[in-house]
Structures are given as structure tokens and as C-alpha cells.
Design a protein around this ligand. Structure first.
Ligand code: ARG
Length: 480
């Protein structure tokens, strides 16, 4: 008779915790329990945290110096094996922590068994994961800074390039392309601020919380925290092993950043469409169609827009995992890693692709200007002129301007192509001076209020943005 699928008759109990077990897990249990398939990414953090823990145990004379030295040497050897791809990760050993420890003990013998003194996988994984998220934040921050640099460069180049500004995706008022691009620089600046805030709050060390209650060994938590670059040990051992708010905060910041990327991606899709033809994406960031030879598809932008779904999904997923868990650790929390890895990888890729698309795109300034000149984008300028020069209230001026737009529309003319006499029939106070404000260029140039779209404002904003956002400052160290 065939062996039952879930038989555990011949599966040995786990060597690291199997003391009280007579038999090993069912195959399906091993599969649902093991995290090594994804948490092997934590190996550099796991080894660094173990080395810090070991040095502290030695300094506190909790383990013999000789064994401590053997552990440190062994950890370096394990790291080399993993780095070179020689390491055999084993699902039977569940996770990265037990894979490393088992290999360490195989290499150096019993001394390896002292490493887990005064620690638990619960504080170990919380420490490793904080270190990983911290690195991910630094990487994404650098990517966002590079994207900001690209946007600022293009904004400088196009400080005076006119385009229609939209509300409801209907032509509203002329703006400059530089101004439009700088709007995203501000958004990505706030995204970096959110990541920096998350980083500052996550930078406390859980190590030493042990399983949940702390330990009776005379450990030095300040020493391990310091060695690992944390600002301080976490204050409460139960909190240290059982919250993942740092991961949620990262995911929330990532989801918001992804939504900004998605909006910019959507604009690139619109602008590169044949109907708009404001920009052309480079060959490097476009794809063709397998059937329609004429096509140039903005797949890069579309995928940035779509991948936002993954990042938002990751945030929602982990929120649900965490919301009902009693203190302290529950295995549910092992499900924290995949969404964070997925969101971090996705966001980093999207930032890089956006950086490339923005840097490479060619702008058709002529097409943008033509669109800004049409569609009565200067109707507000006409109303403002009537207020300023003819003494109308804004509401009266709005009505007059609206009637003039209707007249122009009926005649199929642009506003500045209307005859003065025709406008004066609607409002006798209008003089020939009005023509000065009816062109898109004058309109944009007149919007000099702080934060406005006038080219000279944009040039000043470019300088300010360079100073404020660029310069390679590490998020964690940046003064806020
Ligand atoms: N692989 C586990 C995780 O990622 C490590 C912690 C296991 N702790 C435990 N008490 N079983 O959450």
C-alpha cells in the first residue's frame, strides 16, 4: 500500500526545537510553516545581528570568549557560503535563523549552540526585519532623489514651455511644463519625508526582548543596539517582539509614493497618445505591437501605473494580518515579509523606470503651446483684466468673459482673434489693451504669485528644489 501523503512516520523531529517531539511535521505542515523560501533575503541582517549579539555575550561574560570567537569566525564562514551560492537552504530548518544556526553548529561544533543564549527567534526576526526595512528605505530614498533630479533638470529646460493646465482633464489655464513637473518633485519630496519619518521611528532595537519577557542573563542591550546602528533599545519587550507597525508604516509610505508614480505614469500615457502628442517616450521605454506595425506603446508607464496595485495590496494585506493578534508573537507575523519585499522591490523598480522615462522623453513644445493657445485657456485672464482695468466685480467679469468665449466659439475663433468691436458689443469698457492678456504666453508669465506658474517663478523654484532635495543626504541623517 502506498504511503499516506501526510504520513510523518519517517520525518525526524526538528533538531533545534524538537526535544519534546516524537515525530516530525507532516509534509504540508512543513510547507506552510517554512519561510526559508523568502526570508533567506534576511541573511546579511541575520548574520550581522548574530555577530552583535555574540560580541555582547562575550563582553558580558555570558559565554566563554573562546566559544564567542569560534562563533564569530563561523558566522563569517556561513556568510561566505551564502554569498557564493554554495549554501544549501533547507525547508526542514524552517527559516533563515535556524538555517544559519544549524550550519554554524555543523561548522564549529557545540560552541555554536551558545549563540542562542539570551535570545529568541522572536527578537531575532524583529531585529533582522527592522534592519532590512531600514536598508530598503535608504535605497528607495536614493532612487526617489535621482527621480527628483531628473524632474528638476527637465523642469529647468522647460521653465518657459507652455502647455495647457487641466482641471477635470479639461483645458483650464496655461501653465508651463516646468511648473507641472515640479509639482511631482514636491510630491516625491513628501514621500521621502514620510519614509524618513518611518525610518526614524523604526530605528529602535528589539534584540534582548528574547521570546517576550526579557531575559535573566545580564545582557547589554545598549551595546547591541549601538553596534547595529539603532538609536536605542526598544523600551518594552512585549512590544518589541509583537508589533510590525514599522513595516506597515513603510508600506503606507510606499503605497502613497506608488500612487504619485501612478499619476505621473497616467499623464505620460495621455501626453504620449496620438491625440495629445505632447511627448514622445524613447525607444528604450516603449514597446511595439506584434500585429500593428505603426504602434508605439507606453508599456513602461502603464506598468508603473498598474504595479501600484501590488504595493497598495501589500499594505492592505499586512494590515489585515496584524489587526487581530493578541500580544505577543504569533506565527501569523511570519506573513509580514513577503508583502514588504514585494512592495519594496516593486517600488524601487517603478522609481527607476519613471526616472528613465522622464529623463529620456522628448517634448513637443510646439504641440503643447498650440494646445495652450486653443480651448480658451485665457478666459480667466480676460475676466481678471475686466476686474483690474474696467472696474467690474469678479462675478460680473466672469459673466462677460463667458459670453465672449461663447461668441468666439460660435465664430470658430481663438479669443485673441476676435474683433475689438465684437467684444465691446458685449462690454463697452473693453479696450484694445485687452489683447495683451489673451495670449497663453502672457497669461502664464503674469502668474507670478508665490508658487505660481510664471517662468521666472519656475526658475527660482528649480534652484530652491535643488537646494532642498538634492545632495545625497541619507534620510536617517537628514535634519528635518
Ligand atoms: N520565521 C519566523 C518569523 O518570520 C521567526 C520567528 C519564529 N518564532 C517562533 N516563536 N516560532 O516570524
Amino acid at each position: 500500500m502506498a504511503e499516506k501523503k501526510n504520513s510523518r512516520a519517517r520525518r525526524p523531529a526538528n533538531k533545534l526545537w524538537g526535544g519534546r517531539f516524537g515525530a516530525g511535521p507532516a509534509a504540508a505542515m512543513e510547507r506552510i510553516n517554512a519561510s526559508i523560501g523568502f526570508d533567506q533575503r534576511l541573511w546579511p541582517q541575520d548574520i550581522a545581528a548574530s555577530a552583535a549579539h555574540c560580541r555582547m555575550l562575550m563582553a558580558q561574560k555570558i559565554i566563554p570568549a573562546k566559544d564567542g570567537r569560534a562563533i564569530l569566525k563561523g558566522l563569517r564562514a556561513v556568510a561566505k557560503e551564502i554569498e557564493s551560492g554554495r549554501f544549501k537552504f533547507r525547508a526542514a530548518l524552517e527559516d533563515i535563523h535556524m538555517n544559519v544556526e544549524a550550519r554554524l553548529t555543523a561548522l564549529i561544533g557545540d560552541a555554536g549552540g551558545r549563540l542562542h543564549t539570551a535570545r529568541s527567534r522572536n527578537d531575532q526576526v524583529a531585529t533582522d526585519f527592522r534592519l532590512w526595512v531600514r536598508d530598503a528605505i535608504d535605497g528607495i530614498d536614493a532612487g526617489l532623489e535621482s527621480l527628483q533630479a531628473a524632474l528638476i533638470g527637465r523642469a529647468e529646460e522647460h521653465a518657459a514651455t507652455l502647455m495647457p493646465g487641466f482641471t477635470h482633464l479639461q483645458t483650464a489655464q496655461p501653465v508651463t511644463l516646468g511648473h507641472h513637473l515640479l509639482a511631482y518633485v514636491e510630491m516625491f519630496g513628501r514621500d521621502r519625508g514620510r519614509l524618513a519619518d518611518a525610518r526614524a521611528r523604526l530605528n529602535e532595537c528589539p534584540l534582548g526582548a528574547a521570546a517576550l519577557a526579557g531575559t535573566s542573563f545580564p545582557i547589554d542591550r545598549r551595546a547591541t543596539a549601538k553596534e547595529l546602528g539603532f538609536d536605542r533599545p526598544m523600551a518594552n519587550s512585549l512590544d518589541a517582539v509583537s508589533d510590525r507597525d514599522f513595516a506597515l508604516e513603510f508600506l503606507a509610505a510606499a503605497a502613497i509614493a506608488a500612487s504619485h508614480l501612478s499619476r505621473l505614469a497616467e499623464e505620460l500615457v495621455i501626453w504620449s497618445s496620438e491625440r495629445f502628442a505632447f511627448i514622445r517616450l524613447s525607444d528604450a521605454f516603449s514597446t511595439g505591437s506584434s500585429i500593428m506595425p505603426q504602434k508605439r506603446n507606453p508599456d513602461g508607464a502603464e506598468l508603473v501605473r498598474a504595479k501600484t496595485g501590488r504595493v497598495m495590496g501589500a499594505m492592505a494585506g499586512l494590515m489585515v494580518v496584524m489587526k487581530g493578534l493578541p500580544l505577543a508573537y504569533s506565527k501569523d507575523m511570519q506573513e509580514d515579509k513577503e508583502p514588504v519585499f514585494e512592495a519594496a522591490d516593486t517600488l524601487a523598480l517603478c522609481v527607476e523606470v519613471m526616472d528613465g522615462m522622464v529623463s529620456d522623453m522628448t517634448v513637443d513644445a510646439q504641440a503643447m503651446k498650440a494646445a495652450a493657445d486653443g480651448a480658451y485657456a485665457t478666459a480667466t485672464d480676460l475676466a481678471d483684466w475686466l476686474v483690474r482695468e474696467a472696474g467690474l466685480t469678479f462675478r460680473q467679469a466672469h459673466g462677460v468673459s463667458g459670453r465672449i468665449v461663447r461668441l468666439a466659439e460660435d465664430k470658430g475663433l481663438k479669443l485673441d482673434a476676435l474683433e475689438l468691436a465684437a467684444m465691446r458689443k458685449i462690454e463697452p469698457k473693453i479696450t484694445k489693451d485687452v489683447f495683451a492678456v489673451l495670449g497663453a504666453q502672457r497669461s502664464a508669465a503674469s502668474r507670478v504669485s508665490q508658487g505660481g506658474t510664471a517662468p521666472r517663478r519656475v526658475r527660482a523654484a528649480v534652484t530652491a528644489a535643488r537646494k532642498r532635495y538634492l545632495g545625497g543626504s541619507k534620510v536617517g541623517q537628514r535634519k528635518r
